[in-house]
Design a protein around this ligand. Structure first.
Ligand SMILES: Cc1cc2nc3c(=O)[nH]c(=O)nc-3n(C[C@H](O)[C@H](O)[C@H](O)COP(=O)(O)O)c2cc1C
Length: 250
């Protein structure tokens, strides 16, 4: 066994494997080569283990794309700031026409999540008709608790470039791509994520709360956390490649 992988690392690996419901099911298992021996392990956890950092390859891109799922149930355990920064670093590398970098990310944790909860609360209240005081309060409370469904929520916003040659739609597209980068990176690093808009993202209440201009947009709220134990996300049906593709060769 190579000296860089000692028994402490392997023990940590096994403990992690027990903690994470996604591991051990086979789909995330890959091989990394150390010297002349193969070590079987899960790409979801190797990044957290320093011993594996040298010579490690990231989760295969195709594998990451295929195995990412919207994860609706996560644990209360808060991912570290370092991990979140790694994820945002992946987000900011998205293609963007004329290098406008139209995106902005607001990371809500702890009580900071109330910033989104307040928006949900107000929007819930607005959607009620002829509600009495008790119903209004309940709607607001529900909004606050909706923003506690994950330990971290990243509000993804964009402001259109003031470059006269830039197109607004392209800035929206670029930020959506950054959002996918973000979610794929989260997945590769062992986190679950889901992009939520739920209608609230497009309200003036949300724009005001997160300092988005009239011309800007909220792309969505990415909920992030460690996948809850024993919950396996649904795999939605997809049309086949043949169904969505048209080949033109003449
Ligand atoms: C722009 C956008 C907004 C979304 N908003 C919500 C939402 O408000 N609530 C929700 O449960 N899922 C939301 N989703 C997640 C989709 O439901 C999810 O991507 C879809 O079911 C496919 O599942 P998958 O991500 O596991 O492939 C949203 C996805 C996108 C792209």
């Amino acid at each position: 066994m190579p000296s860089s992988i000692d028994s402490v690392a392997l023990t940590a690996l096994l403990v992690k494997k027990q903690e994470n419901p996604y591991l051990g099911k086979g789909s995330f298992v890959c091989k990394h080569i150390y010297g002349d021996m193969y070590v079987m392990h899960d790409t979801l956890i190797i990044r957290e283990i320093d011993f594996f950092k040298k010579g490690m390859s990231a989760m295969d891109t195709i594998e990451a794309i295929k195995t990412r799922r919207s994860v609706r149930k996560v644990s209360d355990r808060e991912p570290s700031k370092e991990l979140i920064e790694q994820i945002l670093d992946a987000a900011r590398r998205a293609p963007n026409h004329m290098n406008t970098e139209p995106w902005h990310f607001i990371v809500l944790t702890g009580e900071g999540r109330n910033k989104l909860g307040e928006v949900y609360g107000k929007v819930n209240q607005k959607n009620l008709e002829n509600a009495d005081q008790a119903a209004l309060e309940a709607a607001y409370e529900k909004g606050l608790s909706s923003a506690k469904r994950a330990p971290v929520i990243i509000v993804v916003t964009m402001e259109p470039s003031d470059n006269p040659r830039a197109f607004e739609i392209e800035d929206i597209e670029a930020t959506a791509i950054a959002t996918q980068n973000l979610m794929l990176a989260a997945h590769a690093l062992g986190l679950g994520s889901i992009l939520r808009t739920g209608g609230a993202a497009y309200t003036k209440e949300a724009k005001e709360q997160f300092g988005v201009s009239e011309k800007g947009h909220i792309i969505g709220f990415v909920y992030l956390g460690y996948p809850a134990e024993g919950v396996v996300p649904k795999v939605p049906e997809r049309q086949s490649v043949a169904e969505i593709t048209e080949w033109v060769d003449a």
